[in-house]
Design a protein around this ligand. Structure first.
Ligand SMILES: NC(=O)C1=CN([C@@H]2O[C@H](COP(=O)(O)OP(=O)(O)OC[C@H]3O[C@@H](n4cnc5c(N)ncnc54)[C@H](O)[C@@H]3O)[C@@H](O)[C@H]2O)C=CC1
Ligand SMILES: O=C([O-])CC(=O)C(=O)O
Length: 371
């Protein structure tokens, strides 16, 4: 007579197997439940966008609400500020945000009151200001914009959270950030930064096009200096991730003449080229770069890689303290640090210093605009 396995199996062993299966089932249920609870426990982060009715604002707020800035599991509350003439348009942006039914969006404030806008914000993205038009340099919009940054500095200082992180996008971005820092002395200086990530991404894009490699395989370009035509896009330490490891960009491009001339001017002049083509300045790429900047600052840069951020100089690489200057930085646990020890040759030195000199001039000009 044939016997089935379970018939010969010791009944105690059978019970044990059933118990183990039941425990596995229960354990999985508990873990799933706990993850669910953890998800629900995440407090929303409040993000302020000034100039939210403008072009960059319109591209940026849906990106934030979709999780492109703070991650796909992080709820957000959006505070949007603009000025009275743009109040109706701002109302329209709020209506669209509601209509988009973003699952991460837990609240929207649309206001022309700077105090209400700054109340309890954790992150402030300062886009409000006057963009330059064709034929203008970014410092030509100086007098209009620095006075805005002086006024908004006090509102942020008094009403934002004590550890609020600030990203200045509006031009002249480095000098606006410096003015904001000087008129908001209680905000830690490491919390005030400006956007040069767009220039950084533009440099990655140019190398990726030249080498026909994926843009995410190009790493460690650096933008030094001012977000202006004196900025220095530097590839001396840049690499491309290859199937066998990594290779220096200079070796792969094998055309120092292109890297030292056309590449640099293309990145420096990209903003002007976009204005010429669109009759408006960059907006979607600027919004995307603002998300990249904050995301890496808050969530960290991948090991072995760096990004470019305009930050308050501590004297690294001989850049005078007292300027907001773009450096290569790594980020970890919500903090940035300037990458130290990069070898700087004579060609780079001259360009790095030239941009610092322009920032010193801008600082003097900005102060005279405020007097
Ligand atoms: N750092 C960077 O990489 C980039 C910076 N920019 C700069 O970003 C700024 C914004 O550019 P767009 O959005 O294209 O300009 P836009 O003119 O479309 O929008 C600016 C918005 O700011 C508002 N605004 C003006 N004064 C304000 C104030 N006191 N408070 C709040 N809002 C105020 C305006 O009403 C407008 O809605 C410009 O200064 C532009 O030059 C643009 C691209 C890249
Ligand atoms: O060029 C401009 O005025 C806008 C800007 O900052 C950029 O596109 O980099």
């Amino acid at each position: 007579m044939e016997l089935f396995a379970w018939e010969v199996m010791d009944s105690k062993l059978f019970e044990k197997i059933l118990l183990v299966l039941f425990c596995i089932f229960l354990f999985r249920k508990i873990i799933k439940y706990m993850f669910g609870l953890l998800k629900e426990e995440k407090e929303p982060i409040t993000v302020l966008v000034t100039g939210a009715a403008g072009q960059i604002g319109y591209a940026l707020v849906p990106m934030i609400a979709r999780g492109a800035m703070l991650g796909p599991n992080q709820p957000v509350i959006l505070h949007m500020l603009d000025i009275e003439p743009a109040a109706e348009a701002l109302k329209g942006v709020k209506m669209e945000l509601i209509d988009a039914a973003f699952p991460l969006l837990r609240g929207v404030v649309a206001t022309t009151d700077v105090v209400e806008a700054c109340k309890d914000v954790n992150i402030a993205v300062m886009v409000g200001g006057f963009p330059r038009k064709e034929g203008m340099e970014r410092k030509d919009v100086m007098s209009k914009n620095v006075s805005i940054y002086k006024a908004q500095a006090s509102a942020l200082e008094q009403h934002a959270t004590a550890d609020c992180k600030v990203l200045v996008v509006a031009n002249p971005a480095n000098t606006n950030a410096l003015i904001l820092k000087e008129f908001a002395p209680s905000i830690p200086e490491k919390n005030i930064t400006c956007l040069t990530r767009l220039d950084h991404n533009r440099a990655l894009g140019q190398i990726s096009e030249k080498l026909n490699v994926h843009v995410s395989d190009v790493k460690n370009v650096t933008i030094w200096g001012n977000h202006s035509s004196t900025q220095y896009p530097d590839v001396d330490h840049a690499i491309v991730i290859t199937s066998g490891g990594q290779k220096p960009v200079r070796e792969l491009v094998a055309d120092d003449n292109w890297l030292n001339t056309e590449f640099i001017t293309t990145v420096q002049q990209r903003g002007a080229a976009i204005i010429k083509a669109r009759k408006l300045s960059s907006a979607l790429s600027a919004a995307s770069a603002a998300c990249d900047h904050i995301r890496d600052w808050v969530l960290g840069t991948p090991k072995g890689t760096w990004v470019s951020m305009g930050v308050y100089s501590d004297g690294s690489y001989g850049i005078p303290p007292g300027l907001i200057y773009s450096f290569p930085v790594t980020c970890e646990k919500g903090d940035w640090n300037i990458v130290q020890g990069l070898k700087i040759d004579e060609f780079s030195r001259e360009k790095i210093d030239k941009s610092a000199e322009e920032l010193i001039e801008e600082k003097t000009l900005a102060k005279s605009c405020l007097n």
